[in-house]
Design a binder for this molecule. Structure first.
Ligand code: NDP
Length: 332
């Protein structure tokens, strides 16, 4: 991480790819720790929020200029001096964006059994933090009722596409939006009843015609949230997961907040890490199998090589990713 951006994060300016040092993997001292080869790291929208002045407090610490970017990843153990983990084990947790890491301990890492033989990258996507976001937020706040109408934004991404499929498992009518015709085709393929490109079709018009909505899964905020407030049914649940339309620009001022009162709306903001302790066991028990059996589908946008990390971060903010954005750091 090089410097705090004012708008979109620029590869080569906001983030720099460089080589710090090379190490001898066979002799690097572990001091009781674990040497890991990192296989894949996740690129998520919230990384933009970490590119801020450290004095601004938020739920996730700010990146430090001059220090590596970090995020969820999966690595394979090459050598271990820790009795709880052995060579060949795969560890899911937070990694600096680098090729190899010596972990002093594995307290915050999960040893992945992967009995379903999913690709390791799935463990940072549909079976990782974004999938957990969809699963926990939906279970905690959706309260689905028969004949509910659900609206999902950023519908082709790892969070939105999972939510669409959860809503369809309940047999609900799903309206979903995305920013390109290819993405719209994907969200139709996973079952959305009404799918539209919000850049070429008015969200207001679609919600007026297809609503009112009982559940709004908000990934984008801004004017779309206004349209959802205006077209909400009485007692609708708003699951405030993200507001990516606001991450790189000046805030939009909502015009229809008053509807919260008259329509007795329920607004639930949440952060996945807060809900996960409640749902972790259930998630890892149920979701890998559902993915392996094709009951939950996903698409991935993989770049090969850490030198592409800065580009991948920018593309997610611009909506140019088609599916879960990951960087393959090393082949197994
Ligand atoms: P995606 O892979 O879907 O990437 C984000 C997508 O947002 C882009 O591909 C783009 O798709 C869309 N987008 C970008 N800019 C805009 C804009 N101005 N207006 C509308 N859409 C835009 O991301 P995820 O599935 O990983 O995350 C989805 C949301 O969930 C994000 O808001 C993220 O911050 C949030 N999140 C929240 C968590 C929590 O704990 N609360 C945890 C994880 C994610 P398109 O082409 O369709 O515009």
């Amino acid at each position: 991480f090089n410097e705090i951006p004012t708008g979109f994060p620029e590869p080569g300016k906001t983030t720099i790819y460089d080589e710090y040092q090379t190490i001898d993997l066979s002799s690097a001292p572990l001091n009781g720790g674990v040497l890991v080869k990192i296989l894949v790291v996740s690129i998520d929208p919230y990384l933009r929020g970490k590119m801020r002045d450290a004095s601004i407090k938020s739920y996730s610490p700010a990146f430090v200029p001059g220090e590596p970017i970090s995020n969820h990843g999966v690595g394979v153990v090459l050598r271990s001096e820790n009795a709880n983990v052995k060579q060949g084990d795969h560890l899911y947790g937070f990694y600096n964006f680098q090729e190899y890491a010596v972990l002093p301990n594995i307290d915050n890492f999960r040893i992945l059994k992967n009995e379903e033989k999913l690709p390791w990258a799935a463990y940072v996507g549909v079976v990782g933090m974004p999938g957990q976001t969809a699963w926990t937020g939906w279970k905690e706040y959706a309260a689905p009722q028969k004949d509910d109408v659900v609206f999902v934004t950023a519908g082709s991404g790892p969070v939105g596409s999972f939510v669409i499929q959860l809503a369809k498992l309940h047999g609900l009518k799903v309206i979903a939006s995305a920013g390109s015709d290819d993405k719209v085709a994907f969200i139709k393929s996973i079952g959305a009843d009404v799918a539209f490109n919000y850049k070429t079709t008015s969200t207001w018009d679609v919600l007026k015609e297809q609503g009112p909505i009982n559940i709004y899964w908000d990934n984008v905020g801004g004017e779309t949230l206004d349209a959802a407030l205006f077209n909400a049914a009485k007692g609708a649940r708003f699951i405030e997961c993200g507001m990516i339309s606001q991450y790189n620009s000046a805030p939009y001022t909502l015009k229809h907040l008053m509807t919260i009162v008259g329509k007795e709306l329920h607004l639930h903001g949440f952060i996945v890490g807060t809900l996960m302790p409640k749902y972790r066991d259930e998630f890892y028990r149920e979701v890998p199998g559902k993915v392996a059996r094709g009951e939950i589908k996903y698409i991935e946008d993989a770049k090969k090589g850490l030198e592409w990390a800065g580009h991948a971060i920018l593309e997610v903010q611009q909506g140019k990713n088609h599916g879960k954005s990951v960087v393959i750091v090393n082949e197994e």
